[in-house]
Design a binder for this molecule. Structure first.
Ligand code: FMN
Length: 251
């Protein structure tokens, strides 16, 4: 058993404060290598990665995500679900590329991009770096598609800011396994309500004692607040995914 890998996984925290130091070319190459070695659905390698270096593009991504600190990271990646490359292979072989437009292949691209993202995160932490995954690039996916010149059958899935950590945030406590790991079939525990009360208290204490961004918020409050927020943005997401050529009507 490799305890150091397990130890690293159990001590993950997202890093949002970075030292002013860019990643080297070698570091970036190693991270991309780690991404490429992730599992990939049907060995179709249906993800791509864009390194964003242009300060103007980074500034715009900072506005889209609401995360001005991304501009201080040592390197910024955007992870792309990508069936465009395989479309070129289909065309070269005069094969009907219809399958690449299906929901199944959209999901496969999203899985590949997401799993590659986590590989970069784990590799970065092993290299003494840290970072934050950003779903918030989807706040304006149309603009991200424009900024990065994304062709048909591609979609920006996640942003990823990586760099040298300038702080070490406290571990965010996860819920007890009894609330999320079930034997054989799905069943919440009989005492779910009281387990949730305990976990709510744990999270409220975590936020209350946190050295940065102190607030009083339980897990339940957090979920309720998230439900309110998700109506405000991303209403055009389905239309944008379809505009990129995915989710074709299969009926
Ligand atoms: C798919 C995904 C999207 C995320 N998007 C954002 C984001 O847009 N902004 C951000 O600050 N953190 C984002 N995060 C990081 C989560 O907020 C973070 O992982 C979570 O709060 C747990 O904290 P920890 O990573 O420090 O344990 C995202 C994480 C995932 C997996």
């Amino acid at each position: 058993m490799n305890d150091s890998i397990l130890n690293q996984l159990m001590n993950h925290t997202s890093i949002r404060h970075f030292k002013n130091q860019p990643l080297s070319v070698k570091q970036v190459t190693t991270l991309i290598d780690a991404a490429q070695h992730a599992s990939t659905s049907t060995f179709s390698q249906q993800s791509s990665i864009i390194s964003v270096r242009d300060p103007k593009v980074k500034d715009e991504l900072a506005v889209i995500t609401g995360h001005p600190w991304l501009t201080n990271s040592g390197h910024y990646f955007v992870m792309i679900a990508d069936q465009y490359r395989n479309l070129q292979i289909a065309k070269a072989h005069q094969v009907d590329p219809y399958v690449l437009q299906t929901t199944d292949k959209f999901l496969a691209g999203v899985f590949d991009a997401a799993i590659a993202t986590q590989n970069i995160m784990v590799a970065a932490e092993a290299m003494g770096l840290g970072g934050t995954i950003m779903g918030s690039i989807l706040n304006d996916s149309d603009r991200v598609i424009q900024l990065l010149d994304l062709p048909e059958l591609t979609f920006p899935v996640l942003g990823l800011a990586i760099g040298y950590p300038a702080d070490q945030p406290e571990l965010k406590p996860r819920m007890p396994q009894t609330m999320m790991h079930f034997d054989g079939s799905y069943h919440l525990p009989a005492d779910f309500d009281s387990q949730l009360v305990d976990y709510d208290q744990l999270i409220a204490e975590y936020y209350g004692t946190r050295s940065s961004n102190e607030r009083q918020e339980s897990f339940s409050h957090h979920i309720v607040a998230e439900l309110g927020r998700s109506h405000e943005v991303r209403q055009d997401l389905l239309a944008t995914i379809k505009q990129q050529g995915f989710l074709i009507d299969e009926s």
